[in-house]
Design a protein around this ligand. Sequence first.
Ligand code: ADP
Length: 526
Amino acid sequence: MSGMTEMVRKITLSRAVRIMQNLFPEEYNFYPRSWILPDEFQLFVAQVRMVKDGDPSWKPTFIVKPDGGCQGDGIYLIKDPSDIRLAGTLQSRPAVVQEYICKPLLIDKLKFDIRLYVLLKSLDPLEIYIAKDGLSRFCTEPYQEPSPKNLHHVFMHLTNYSLNIHSGNFVHSDSTSTGSKRTFSSILCRLSSKGVDIKKVWSDIISLVIKTVIALTPELKVFYQSDIPAGRPGPTCFQILGFDILLMKNLKPILLEVNANPSMRIEHEQELSPGVFENVPSLVDEEVKVAVIRDTLRLMDPLKNKREKQSQPHKKPLAGKEGPSDCEPAGTSDTNPNPEAHLPSICLKQVFPKYAKQFNYLRLVDRMANLFIRFLGIKGSMKLGPTGFRTFIRNCKLSSSSLSMAAVDILYIDITRRWNSMTLDQRDSGMCLQAFVEAFFYLAQRKFKMLPLHEQVASLIDLCEYHLSLLDERRLVCGRSSTAGVRPPGRSTPQGATPSAQQVEGHPPCCTNSAHKSSRPRHALS
Ligand code: ADP
């Protein structure tokens, strides 16, 4: 999927999640506090010092991860921000430094993480599937809370398979419930036998996945529109993502990272005699990954989708009947009649739009991205020029006696310059989506004082969408009387938070404002 590799880089993911943390701190507390290096080094030092001054008993550990790294490469733990300087090159090498989760859930005294496979079937409309089973990858040295003595013990702190395979303690097992790589369902069974509410664990994981995808989709849409021409049915893009998740001792899931290109290998290397290696099948990998690939092919089969549409023309979408708390834990069976009953049962479960009602209120940045895309102008561009930004302000009627167009220009220049000096991508000049979001937050805070940020932002989005829909209606009327079917000059967005000319055609142009509003309640998207 266009832009996915870029979006899941450590820095980009941290930025995207941080925007959501600013809007919804509680909902997004599943991602450890992170700072981007080298830009936020001073901020990191200052914030850590501030918390330490307030609470001298706080003895944190941090994990430093180079941007774009994988398989644990270049990762190390520190106890104090000053250790970063000692490590040398970091002032120049982009990285993320993150609070280290010191109390992970242990099994057999070992730290482990979970790799879950997620199918992003479609971006617009958003469709997410999660595999009912995943992999659990174990460390190979018993865990101890970080101390200066053990900080460098990678087999104790890092769960990467590619690292631990080199430990003498790595156990290849013929069973899916023992050894250094196991199925996640075997872990859940074990927890369940100890009385853990595994339905809750599973439902928290589903929430984490949906929220993370919601944080990633706005920018993916910007990538998508720059690659796929608007107004034409584009190719159907999908992506299998690998989510790496850590369970804390209190069973809260924490997002470690998202992989755009997760390994689908179903065999591992075995050393037969010193220096002689052979590839042997890995039962655990096979059990989990084959099902993911098989179901992805089943779900993405265009002929099957066509057949289904023909046979069920009036089938209603699944949207939001149950909450994630109703999600089935791994291994439970489907009750729906399955037209492919002769094939193994489906392992990929749809979670979005199934639970859309519970999560749509979080999709504010998505609606901002729709506005952003509308004003992009030049085809293929991903950055907003000064004229586009001015048009946005004018069309949404945001300038006033207290916000002159000159002030708007200064706002544009200030924010754009700062973002362009921070980001590595200097391909085109102009305002990127994240800079636009920052400007939008600023405008929302000015206009709707005293409200929490997410309400300020939601109110401003409502206002913008309202003015743009009026504009579209007016243009449609003009268009009808001159050239029938002419689209508004702004780019119509693929997902249309602002209705396109065709969508509006269904409504009488005399539609009252209140009627329009009521058809579009705040937070009700999709
Ligand atoms: P990579 O892409 O190099 O694998 P990750 O972000 O997945 O980088 O980190 C590697 C490993 O480090 C993880 O698998 C996990 O075991 C450990 N880890 C990463 N971040 C944290 C954290 N914030 N707290 C505790 N452990 C972490």
